[in-house]
Ligand binder design. Structure first.
Ligand SMILES: Cc1cc2nc3c(=O)[nH]c(=O)nc-3n(C[C@H](O)[C@H](O)[C@H](O)COP(=O)(O)O)c2cc1C
Length: 399
């Protein structure tokens, strides 16, 4: 290289972004950076609704700590110049070994909401799970992400006619998988939400007024976009947002309902929120295609089991018959690799992409996906693994 060429390389300006949001996103190096950005961008009650967990929040902190304590066991002298991150999940190949978990009221975090998340998931070639409490209609979500794979998360209301209507909407919109959430027989407010006076949709109170001045952009965008409401539920019945939400929690839910659902839905059926080997066997016996080990991101039962710790035993018990998905506490691509190495077909993430959405709308979700993708690739290469399918228990030690 000539001297002037060397000089030109040295003087090459770093990647710049003129838009302040893009500039901040450009510098985000990990999901924690997106979390910090999110905290600045949205009012405390919105951040806490997403970031918070049940009661003492130990279910979440223990799950995160367990991931942090997992030790990788790398192999050297492998050619890792090319790697394959694809994985087949519930009958379809996807680009990465993880899925986006359902999150209710996503338009509260950012008015671009579910449509933005769906289009980013499609761009990165992974499935997006849409909540029963979504704030965008299923048809609009499907239209925003042509070619994307969409799953529908079902809260099984006591009224089976309502459940049938929801299944019909999912089928019509081309969703191929139903996730039945089992860890939420009742809805209990979280401590942070009580302290913040959270209402859904968010409303201005004396307590939130002062805080709102710090985030005028968020309030303006919410006013412009219209108050988020449970659009999917509203398509099945009338009533205020809180009336509709109350209808979906069903303390009487039983194995009979699961078996009925198996008969009523011909696509993939996944039991989400299973937290023991015994229950994994029960849902497998009822005919589901996958069990999704989850404590709802630690948002329901406090001091719940750590889902990722259950993976090896559940895979040993039912892995020959059904697939095993896992979530709760994942904050990096390395966590995803660890979950898959322990035996999960795929991992799922909730807050990771929601932090991105709060930090910068669609662009923030893209950034979260870039971070996780890069971390998965780097972890695989440094482990000496060239394809996701090669990952196995010899690559990790649960401590
Ligand atoms: C703000 C928020 C809302 C959620 N809403 C739902 C929901 O409507 N239905 C559901 O099954 N799970 C819901 N979840 C749980 C997620 O699907 C997922 O299990 C959890 O976020 C995984 O943990 P992680 O956030 O540590 O990745 C929600 C999670 C969060 C953070």
């Amino acid at each position: 290289m000539t001297k002037s060429a060397q000089l030109r390389t040295l003087l090459k300006p770093p990647k710049m972004a003129w838009n302040p949001t893009d500039r901040k996103l450009l510098r985000a190096a990990g999901i924690e950076d997106l979390r910090k950005l999110a905290r600045k961008r949205v009012p405390r009650m919105v951040f806490d609704y997403t970031d918070g967990a049940a009661d003492s929040e130990r279910s979440l902190s223990r799950a995160r700590q367990t991931f942090a304590d997992i030790e990788f066991q790398p192999s050297v002298l492998r050619d890792v110049s090319e790697i394959d991150t694809t994985r087949t999940v519930l009958g379809k190949a996807q680009e990465l070994p993880f899925c986006l978990a359902p999150v209710g009221f996503t338009r509260v975090m950012h008015p671009e909401g579910e449509s933005a998340v769906a289009s980013v998931a499609a761009q990165f070639g992974i499935p997006y799970s849409v909540s029963t409490l979504a704030t965008t209609s299923l048809a609009d979500i499907a239209a925003a992400a042509p070619g994307g794979r969409h799953w529908f998360q079902l809260y099984f209301a006591e009224d089976r006619a309502m459940v049938k209507e929801l299944l019909g909407l999912a089928e019509e919109a081309g969703f191929d998988t139903i996730l039945l959430t089992l860890d939420t027989p009742i809805s209990v407010p979280r401590r942070r939400d009580i302290r913040n006076g959270l209402t859904i949709p968010p409303s201005m109170s004396i307590g939130t007024f002062a805080e709102a001045w710090l985030h005028p952009g968020w309030w303006l965008s919410q006013i412009r976009g219209g108050a988020p409401s449970p659009k999917v539920l509203a398509a099945t019945s009338n009533g205020s947002a809180s009336d509709l939400i109350k209808k979906v929690f069903n303390p009487k839910l039983s194995v009979d309902d699961l078996e009925w659902l198996r008969g009523a839905w011909s696509g993939n059926l996944v039991a989400k929120g299973v937290q023991s080997v015994a229950d994994a066997r029960r849902v497998a016996d009822a005919g589901v295609d996958a069990v999704w080990l989850s404590t709802h991101g630690g948002r329901k039962l406090d001091r719940a089991p750590v889902p990722v710790e259950l993976v090896p035993d559940v895979v040993d018990a039912v892995g020959e018959r059904i697939e095993v998905l896992v979530d709760t506490g994942i904050t990096s691509g390395a966590d995803i690799v660890a979950a898959v190495a322990l035996g999960a077909t795929a991992a799922c993430v909730g807050r990771c992409y929601q932090y991105g959405l709060m930090a910068g709308g669609r662009r923030g979700v893209v950034k979260a996906m870039e971070i996780l993708t890069r971390e998965i690739e780097v972890t695989m290469k440094l482990l000496g693994v060239t394809s996701v399918d090669q990952l196995n228990r010899s690559h990790v030690r649960l401590r």
